[in-house]
Design a protein around this ligand. Structure first.
Ligand code: GDP
Ligand code: MG
Length: 439
């Protein structure tokens, strides 16, 4: 599959820009890749048309090949659809936080309940599990056994009690005992069924959970879309847990869940053991859906190219005096990504003579500069002159960063000196970094 994608991209490579004609085949491959990863057809259609729009509208970046740019657009769009960042579990202002687990039978609700409890306890959040699956006697025992295994209390009332009443009393108990989070495991059927939905709705109505998590088996593939729609329409979910990601599923279900419900996937289950739960990270899932390994490297390479082109823009900025503290911070992070300052300087001819002590000093000064910039407002970062004109602003930055007002003043004046020097040199090379000048 990665091969096919690559061949489609190779064809794009010869072109000098992305156009409607040369993008067609690449889009078709993306579509096929997503369907093979078990994403839902409708979801894929929407996704592909969004990618097409973005690709055609994309500004041509000098020095970046169209195929690289295209890969990056696909990858970024996947990440965007899946939510950009990990969304942690809700935490109620007044305990207990109530988490309701929903989903079909066999998807891993009971296992996920225990996994979640263990995960939360590692974050110093105490937990209680509530067993409301009264339809299969073994289900209560299963939760009891898991609770015992990880030493988390399980509230149960046997299999004759009403699930809604069990949930209500379970939450009461958790509140009385000052438990931080109560996780309610529920029953599921093999198929979506009205009785199950009605019962779940009543439990939700009664306990008013902070989170209603849909547990979805990643192996369900295309079905995940219908499942999500039904649960979201009838119950209302706040997030999902995608289980059995340790299997060979490519995770297309993740795309469907997010696109259809608009709610984030919060965790993935990666095995039968209670420890096998991980926070969900959209960028990792995007790489998995696109086919891992090769494609991931391609995306990284594409990313580097785009960064390089960005660096050219930076040079332009320097020459036109638009260079500000925001850019400076960016440059500094870039430096950090490339390894230590020392390692970098050693590669520059003639720089080998710098002593270790001088280097350490240099790095320490960069750190100082960074922490002062971090205490500046966005406005001040963009317009350093604001700081040179206002002692009270300098004082605030000094207080925030733990340095003195004159340290801040020196950073700003060094920066301004550097900026005007760079303009004069008109070459865009760094003669020196602000904050680096020895006193
Ligand atoms: P429930 O009916 O929704 O409560 O599902 P269970 O929690 O009882 O899990 C059903 C089966 O799936 C059990 O055999 C679990 O061990 C297994 N299971 C649950 N989560 C995972 C997972 O992330 N990976 C794997 N491989 N198996 C899982
Ligand atoms: Mg169960």
């Amino acid at each position: 599959l990665a091969d096919r994608l690559e061949s489609a991209w190779k064809k794009l490579r010869g072109q000098d820009k992305i156009s409607e004609a040369n993008i067609k085949e690449a889009l078709r491959e993306v579509r096929r890749a997503l369907l093979e990863a078990d994403a839902n057809l409708q979801v894929v259609k929407e996704f592909v048309s969004e990618v097409e729009k973005k690709a055609l509208g994309a500004e041509v970046i000098a020095g970046v090949r169209p195929d690289q740019q295209f890969i990056k657009i696909v990858h970024d769009e996947l990440v965007e659809v899946m939510g950009e960042a990990n969304v942690p579990l809700a935490h109620a202002d007044t305990a207990p936080t109530i988490v309701l687990m929903a989903g079909l039978q066999g998807t891993g609700k009971t296992t996920a309940s225990a996994k979640l409890a263990l995960h939360l306890r590692k974050l110093e959040r105490s937990c209680m599990l509530v067993a409301t699956d009264v339809y299969r006697p073994a289900a209560i025992d299963q939760l009891l056994a898991l609770g015992q295994q990880i030493n988390i209390p399980v509230f149960e009332m046997g299999s004759d009690a009403d699930p809604v009443e069990i949930a209500r009393q379970g939450v009461e108990r958790a509140r009385a005992e000052g438990v931080d989070t109560v996780i309610i495991d529920t029953a599921g059927r093999l198929q979506i069924d009205q009785d199950m939905m009605a019962e779940l709705a009543r439990i939700k109505e009664t306990v008013q959970p902070n989170e209603t998590l849909l547990v979805v088996d990643a192996m369900t593939g295309q079905e995940a879309a219908t499942l999500t729609r039904t649960f979201h329409d009838q119950i209302g979910i706040t997030g999902a847990i995608l289980t059995k990601m340790d299997g060979d599923s490519r995770g297309g279900a993740a795309l469907s869940v997010r696109q259809i419900s608009g709610q984030p996937i919060k965790f993935i289950g990666v095995g039968e053991k209670v420890e096998a739960l991980q926070p969900f990270y959209p960028d990792r899932m995007a790489s998995r859906i696109l086919g891992m390994g090769d494609v991931l490297t391609l995306v990284e390479k594409a990313q580097e190219e785009v960064d390089l082109a960005d660096a050219e823009k930076m040079q332009e900025k320097i020459l036109t005096a638009k260079f500000d503290f925001t850019d400076f911070l960016k440059q500094m992070r870039l430096l950090k990504n490339m390894g230590s300052l020392g390692g970098l300087l050693k590669m520059i001819p003639g720089m080998g003579k710098i002593s270790g002590e001088q280097l350490e000093q240099g790095e320490a000064q960069l750190k100082r500069a960074e922490s002062m910039i971090n205490s500046m407002t966005m406005e001040e970062r963009r317009d350093p002159d604001l700081l040179s004109g206002s002692p009270s602003r300098r004082r605030r930055v000094a207080r925030g960063s733990g340095y003195t007002e004159s340290d801040v003043g020196k950073l700003v004046s060094d920066f301004q000196r550097m900026r005007s020097m760079m303009q004069q040199m008109g070459q865009g090379n760094f003669p020196g970094m602000p904050g680096m000048g020895m006193p």
